[in-house]
Design a protein around this ligand. Structure first.
Ligand SMILES: Nc1ncnc2c1ncn2[C@@H]1O[C@H](COP(=O)(O)OP(=O)(O)O)[C@@H](O)[C@H]1O
Ligand SMILES: [Mg+2]
Length: 358
């Protein structure tokens, strides 16, 4: 085989493994003022092609978390694997080129080089990582700028275009090496709502094309347009089923619920054990069936069930059911006023939660 002169875009086999796997991530910053632990044991798997938002209040640890993935910062403990490779074992000298080929990174404040035109900014990662033959790079960069609506501005300096255009150029730069993963830390945080929408639409197109995207935002409506929401509260990840089920709950309440949740895994067909009025169930995966006729009521993933005194009436479906048992006193105020189904005699209430409610 002839030697390869220019690197080709990175591709991962989609064999079902996570493309990003983080385990036990902690981060403690030490300063003259003392120590602050801002990530307290985060585990997360992201599958190829997922469009994931990272939400949470300012200071909750969102940037610190994504900086662990980009290698901009390192965890105090824990592991980060990208495409099966432990990036924490990679020498610093290899990291920059690895990052340039695997990740496209978009920042809140664009970070374009001010002395280079937009097209030169977009060509830079190709030059740095020696991707694509040099004679192709300008044409490729122009194609990317055209894709984000900037063909007429390609030869302008960043300072000569609007903020939204600078951010679109930064997205084009992130795509320069056609990386499988895009990481964007509040990419719309410094844009007005019209330009933020344009940038969001570019990310949605890229998600539809199969890019894996991690999108930090504190805009709720933008977050709701992604496939998954990771909520960080005070350095901890809140259980995602809870985030989806109770979109209006405060982050601190969701974190309390997440910590108070007891998992309950039922094998296929198993009866739900007699509960107590102190707990409400949330179905995380699989489903439950109520009633024994040919058409049982099906309580699906994402639904809630209050079944304090039932015995033998509720069982796991054919795939089993993964439930979370939650403290009723915390959950009751979050439940919709009307259950979908209630059986007075057995005092069983079934709730549809999350966005599906409306
Ligand atoms: N380099 C640093 N040194 C000390 N503290 C830091 C550093 N970076 C972030 N922090 C602190 O960590 C916490 C989380 O910050 P960050 O991840 O930037 O939050 P977010 O992106 O969610 O707004 C904040 O309290 C912040 O002050
Ligand atoms: Mg941040």
């Amino acid at each position: 085989m002839p030697p390869e002169r220019y690197a080709l875009p990175v591709r991962y086999d989609s064999n079902g493994d996570p493309i990003i796997r983080m385990r036990g991530i902690t981060k403690t910053f030490r300063s003259a003022a003392g120590e602050a632990t801002v990530l307290k044991g985060v585990d997360v798997d992201i599958l190829p092609g997922q469009f994931v938002s990272v939400v949470g209040r300012s200071g909750s640890g969102k940037s610190t978390l994504v900086n662990m993935i980009t290698g901009i910062d390192r965890p105090t403990s824990g592991s980060v694997e990208i495409g099966g490779q432990n990036i924490l074992h990679m020498p610093e000298s290899d990291m920059a080129v690895w990052r340039g080929r695997h990740l496209g990174i978009v920042f809140q404040f664009f970070q374009l080089l001010p002395m280079l035109t937009l097209i030169e900014n977009v060509m830079l990662p190709m030059d740095f990582c020696n991707m694509y033959p040099p004679a192709m790079r300008e044409e490729r960069a122009l194609g990317l700028l055209t894709r984000v609506g900037l063909d007429d501005f390609a030869y302008k300096l960043p300072g000569a275009v609007a903020g939204g255009q600078q951010q679109s150029a930064a997205v084009a730069r992130a795509l320069a090496n056609d990386p499988p993963i895009l990481i964007a830390d509040e990419p719309t945080g410094n844009l007005d709502s019209v330009t933020a929408e344009q940038v969001m639409e570019i990310f949605e197109e890229l998600a539809a094309l199969g890019k894996t995207i991690l999108f930090v935002t504190h805009d709720r409506t933008l977050a709701l347009r992604t496939n998954r929401r990771l909520l960080i509260s005070d350095g901890e990840l809140v259980n995602e089923t809870l985030v989806a089920a109770f979109p209006d709950a405060s982050h601190s309440l969701l974190l309390r619920l997440s910590k108070g949740a007891q998992p309950l895994d039922l094998p296929p067909g198993a009866d739900l054990p007699p509960g107590s009025s102190a707990h409400i169930y949330l179905v995380e995966a699989g489903w439950l069936e109520v009633g024994s006729g040919p058409q049982p009521v099906v309580i699906a993933a994402g639904d809630g069930l209050d079944a304090p005194a039932v015995s033998g009436a509720v069982r796991a479906g054919d795939e089993g059911a993964k439930l979370l048992s939650l403290p009723a006193d915390l959950v009751e105020p979050l439940l919709p006023a009307e259950p979908v189904f209630a059986e007075a005699g057995r005092s069983l209430r079934w709730f549809r939660l999350g966005r599906r409610q409306g």
